[in-house]
Design a protein around this ligand. Structure first.
Ligand SMILES: Cc1cc2nc3c(=O)[nH]c(=O)nc-3n(C[C@H](O)[C@H](O)[C@H](O)COP(=O)(O)OP(=O)(O)OC[C@H]3O[C@@H](n4cnc5c(N)ncnc54)[C@H](O)[C@@H]3O)c2cc1C
Length: 609
């Protein structure tokens, strides 16, 4: 397809995130007035970065209303109060907003904007694209009551319930395997597996995933929390503390950390799990929320470890309401972060968590799942009576469709008619940070011998968090490193050998003890890594998409999971409990299946009356 907006570059401008000039058709330009960083009710947060997020959201709303898109932006003007050329905070957020598109941009430092509280304003010129026309479809290859898109845990759980209710169903999956973000791979020697995606469950408040563990008879491994945890501080120095206690700072810092942690816990517990509403929390980033409440540098660095470990995001990139609700969905910040009983990281699966997906898939009738069948377009008839889906060169028809693909991956599907603006805004506004796991295999449990449990956290290192992921019955001694946020991205830019070396160096610092030599080069066997950031069908990231300030407040908490005609939406992001986790995925699939079964049965009753 021809690009509507062409960039004009000079030899020295191609690497910039904006273009010096752009060309667009002159008869189809939309001029968008200056957008300040205020909420839909006109609330203007005090901090600059929250205002940038809100201004970009306001711009995005108008782009969607004008039926255009980010890649059709021709020109942006940024007006910045108190501009500091040495601290260009706007760049990060605008770069993420543009997602690789390069319009012409002018930055105008100003003493003041129309309202004294405004610190940032943005206006734009946008090109209007040609309207998209539904594809001309060949005759339908297969008709079922329901089409499920995606064979991750949400899709497989939905299909299971649909079939059990006596309806017919096909599952269309883009990959050549089932499981989505549950993906377990054998180690090179064929002795034991590692999880490239989801790994941990628990046996108390994750009832659905635990039921699958029981049903498929997998062996569960309790997370090791015996021994010391390590914290690496800003200057790279390491100190130890017992699991469950506070890091080894001075008394005043410890008290402050406990206060900030407890405040986050209280605020997240006060939210409704399914329908979080709080304009003041959604107007600001999680970082601004912490700063306004007096969090010091150490507390913010600690909170950064949380957001990086849980979402791969930095606190300045996500809404406070989005993060606190994410915590609430897993029972609270403390429970979600815990490696002990009831916690998010309590048990691992010796056979790998893909066993759940493989088990569910094998219980479906043959020919239910179509692998290597990516869905390209979804066409609803005007009276909502049927839906046609174009996928992998074939055409499928059904009364209902359940879409379980991760929100950012939905951008690759064309909907006819277009989804309502609220849905589009949600899909366009979800973001991933950076999040990669590397499983480092060693010859021995060297960290346990030195009194460590394997859990380490770092304010500065390539890995923000490290956890023990051993499988004792396979004699596999593994530490899993989580590279996320900004340090993770810096690590990702290294060649493979240097990536390995960077992690080994960090580990030899973390797990060093006086008078005991540690030769990690001779301990090290291999590194296994998969980068979900390069995975189209995950939507170019993981583990779960998050939202910038203002989106939840603008759209309301149900926008993503609300049905749209005959289209129903599942997937872990739509979950109430354990959003972003396998448990949430299963529950969301079951919820969407129940919606569809109710709706189809109601139709049958109505037609018989
Ligand atoms: C590195 C990592 C670590 C994690 N750690 C944990 C953990 O320890 N514990 C935990 O509970 N959870 C964890 N998670 C999250 C967990 O894996 C997910 O929440 C869950 O598996 C999501 O299931 P889902 O069905 O909603 O989505 P997915 O698993 O993403 O399934 C969606 C499916 O849709 C398919 N698809 C996408 N686009 C199309 C298309 N156009 N046409 C057809 N099919 C399409 C995809 O290929 C995929 O198979 C982790 C995830 C990652 C990546």
């Amino acid at each position: 397809m021809a690009k509507t907006v062409e960039t004009v570059d000079l030899s020295n401008t191609t690497s910039a995130y904006y273009a010096p000039a752009t060309i667009a058709p002159t008869d189809k330009l939309i001029h968008i007035a200056g957008q300040p960083g205020s909420t839909k009710d006109g609330v203007v947060p005090h901090d600059y970065e929250s205002q940038i997020h809100l201004a970009l959201l306001n711009l995005r709303k108008l782009i969607i209303a004008a039926e255009s898109s980010i890649k059709h932006i021709v020109k942006l003007n940024l007006f910045i109060v108190n501009y500091n050329a040495d601290n260009r905070k706007h760049t990060r957020h605008i770069r993420r907003f543009l997602a690789g598109h390069r319009p012409a941009i002018t930055l105008v430092p100003v003493p003041q904007l129309a309202a004294p509280a405004w610190l940032f304003e943005i206006d734009a010129v946008i090109a209007l694209p040609e309207p998209s026309v539904p594809p001309v479809l060949r005759s339908v290859n297969r008709t079922t009551d329901v089409i499920v898109i995606g064979a991750g845990l949400a899709g497989l759980s939905a299909a299971h319930d649909i079939l059990r209710a006596g309806l017919s169903c096909v599952v269309l999956e883009a990959r050549d395997r089932v499981g989505g973000k549950t993906w377990s791979t054998e180690l090179k020697d064929g002795n034991g597996v590692v999880d490239l995606g989801a790994a941990w469950i628990n046996d108390t408040n994750q009832s659905k995933v635990y039921a699958l563990a029981k049903r498929y008879g997998v062996e569960l491994i309790e997370q090791n929390t015996q021994g010391n945890v390590v914290l690496q501080d800003f200057s790279g120095n390491c100190s130890t503390f017992v699991y469950g206690e506070l890091p080894n700072f001075d008394k005043a810092t410890q008290a402050h950390l406990a206060e900030i942690r407890d405040m986050c816990e209280t605020d997240c517990q006060a939210l409704d799990t399914w329908r979080p509403r709080d304009t003041s929390l959604d107007a600001v980033t999680f970082e601004a929320y912490l700063c306004f409440r007096g969090a010091n540098e150490v507390a913010i660095a600690t909170a950064t470890v949380w957001t990086r470990a849980m979402l791969g995001q930095d606190p300045k990139d996500i809404s406070a309401l989005c993060f606190l609700n994410y915590c609430k969905s897993g029972g609270g910040l403390l429970q979600m972060r815990s490696d002990q009983k009831h916690g998010g990281q309590y048990l691992r699966v010796r056979q790998g968590t893909q066993a759940f997906s493989l088990g569910l898939a094998s219980s479906l009738p043959e020919d239910t799942i179509r692998l290597s069948t990516p869905v390209h377009s979804i066409i609803q008839t005007a009276n909502d009576q049927s839906v046609t889906v174009q996928a992998g060169g074939s055409v499928y028809a059904a009364r209902k469709v359940i879409i379980t693909v991760p929100t950012p991956a939905m951008k690759a599907i064309s909907f006819h008619p277009k989804l309502p603006p609220t849905k589009q805004l949600w899909i366009e506004s979800t973001t991933y940070g950076y999040y990669t796991k590397s499983m480092m295999e060693f010859r021995s449990l060297f960290w346990v011998k030195r009194g460590f449990c394997g859990l380490a956290q770092s304010f500065t290192g390539s890995a923000s968090v490290i956890r023990d992921t051993c499988s004792p019955n396979d004699q596999k001694y593994i530490l899993t490193c989580f590279m996320s946020g900004d340090p993770g991205q810096a690590w990702a830019a290294l060649p493979t050998k240097e990536r390995e070396q960077s992690l080994l160096q960090q580990m030899s610092k973390l797990f060093s003890v006086p008078d005991l030599d540690l030769d990690l080069d001779s301990e090290f066997i291999q590194m296994t890594t998969y980068e979900w950031v390069n995975d189209e069908w995950a939507g170019w990231g993981c583990p779960c998409a998050a939202l910038t300030p203002g989106v939840l407040d603008t759209l309301g908490p149900n926008a993503l999971r609300e049905r749209c005609g005959s289209l129903h939406f599942a997937g872990t992001e739509t979950a109430g409990e354990w959003k972003g986790y396998m448990e949430g995925a299963i529950r969301s699939g079951e919820r969407a299946a129940a919606e569809v079964i109710r709706s189809v049965n109601a139709g049958i009753v109505a037609s018989r009356l």
